[in-house]
Design a protein around this ligand. Structure first.
Ligand code: E4P
Length: 219
């Protein structure tokens, strides 16, 4: 499973990238808004950090023609930009055209398997089911990821990858991997949580203590 960081914060991206486990970035208008600086500047800096790894940047138009104009603009900022388009009828129209133009698309705000089929048919490179937001309204968000996995596998929609999105904690991350999501996009704090286990901390302290008591050294 690829790991994307769900953030527009360059410092968090640099920290996570230092761990050597980052495959891409997803941003959205809310995350970009938190950074309090021009959108283009944010996207260009993140794309620069990530090199050739994909960085999703979202359009804000809701009309297909305007989405296309915004998408072409945003994708011209760096070769690793993936344009994020919402899963609405105008969005699907735009995705069809963008795919014909060779512009990679992350189809976002997917909340049902039927929507995912439409996104795959339109040629989206990535489809982003929002797990946490479904959980928030009493649904089983991860079940949606499992259903989309089955549908894509049934029909060999090999061009579309599932990004398990709106992940909130370690269990979401693990479940996404068990189901076979192609990608998990996860906020920085939730990724940090994945490192930790109380027995790791206790075990390390005990090893170091025993080593000191024995008076051993490596060099
Ligand atoms: C995905 O691409 C979205 O940016 C993100 O996962 C949304 O998550 P949220 O529900 O925590 O805002």
């Amino acid at each position: 499973m690829k790991i994307f960081l769900d953030t527009a914060n360059a410092d968090d991206i640099r920290t996570a990238d230092g761990w050597g486990i980052l495959d891409g970035i997803t941003t959205n208008p809310t995350l970009a808004g938190r950074e309090k600086r021009p959108f283009r500047e944010i996207v260009e800096e993140i794309c620069d950090i990530m090199g050739d790894r994909p960085v999703s940047a979202e359009v804000v138009a809701t009309d297909a023609e305007e989405m296309l104009t915004e998408a072409r603009e945003v994708s011209s900022w760096a070769s690793n930009v993936v344009v994020k388009i919402p899963l609405i009828p105008e969005g699907i129209r735009a995705i069809t055209v963008l795919c014909q133009e060779g512009i990679r698309v992350n189809c976002t705000l997917c909340f049902s398997p039927a929507q995912a089929v439409l996104a795959a048919k339109a040629g989206a490179t990535y489809i982003s089911p929002f797990v946490g937001r479904l959980d928030d309204i009493g649904h089983d968000g991860m079940e949606l990821v499992a259903q989309i996995r089955q549908i894509l596998d049934n029909y060999d929609y090999l061009h579309s990858q599932i990004i398990a999105s709106s992940l909130r904690h370690t269990q979401h991350f693990v479940q996404a991997a068990l189901i076979g999501a192609d990608v998990a996009t996860i906020p920085f704090q939730a990724l940090e949580q994945c490192f930790h286990h109380v027995l790791t901390d206790v075990g390390l302290a005990r090893f170091l203590d025993d080593w000191d008591k024995a008076g051993l050294s490596i060099f």
